[in-house]
Design a protein around this ligand. Structure first.
Ligand code: PAN
Ligand code: ZN
Length: 184
């Protein structure tokens, strides 16, 4: 039997209480994600392999949905903003929502057919991620980017396609502002 429960989410830190799991991704675990490989190795060496993002989840056995937070730190690798790996869901029929709590960024999406879309991430915007659209979150601000995600426990992750082919677009810092450019 699963009982109802209120879960506290700190919108500025992404802390979830109670939580049932978490992981972090450090720069060295994101090789192949950022386009400037030299800048990545340099950043790993010079900055001491910092955490780029953290995911905290609340999942209860017996439920078909779960939720949690992702917190992406501010920063760049070369001229590319800190971001998540990006993935399709293993289950092609399963959507997700991302509700931004803090900071600012870009949610980059790519459909299976190769179309791309962008949803601004800022406090108050709840993004709908349709089934079979890959998604990556990019922090273009100076603060942490914190969002709540809600998905289906059966959705799973397929990272291979994005690791291999990318998201078709990249978000780069140019002359002090974020630019969305084609990934040649
Ligand atoms: C999110 C993501 C989370 C980290 O919970 O998994 O933001 O991004 P990557 O998984 O791409 O590294 C989600 O979309 N789950 O389905
Ligand atoms: Zn997802």
């Amino acid at each position: 039997m699963v009982f109802p429960e209120g879960v506290s989410i700190d919108s500025s830190t992404g802390h979830v209480s109670p939580e049932t799991g978490r992981y972090t991704k450090r720069l060295s675990e994101l090789r192949g994600i950022f386009h400037d490989r030299t800048a990545l190795e340099e950043a790993v060496a010079v900055r001491g392999d910092p955490i780029v993002y953290e995911v905290v989840e609340y999942k209860k056995e017996g439920s078909d949905i779960f939720f949690g937070t992702t917190t992406v730190e501010p920063g760049v690798v070369g001229n590319e903003y800190y971001m998540t790996r990006g993935h399709f869901h293993a289950r092609r029929d399963m959507a997700e929502v991302y509700y931004t709590q803090h900071g600012s960024g870009v949610l980059l999406l790519k459909s299976r057919a190769g179309e791309t879309a962008v949803v601004e991430m800022k406090r108050g915007v709840c993004a709908f991620i349709p089934p079979d659209w890959a998604h990556r979150s990019i922090n273009t601000g100076k603060d942490k980017l914190v969002f709540v995600w809600v998905g289906n426990v059966a959705a799973g992750h397929d990272y291979g396609d994005i690791l291999e082919k990318g998201m078709s677009k990249r978000v780069l810092l140019r002359e002090g502002v974020a630019n969305i450019v084609d990934d040649a």
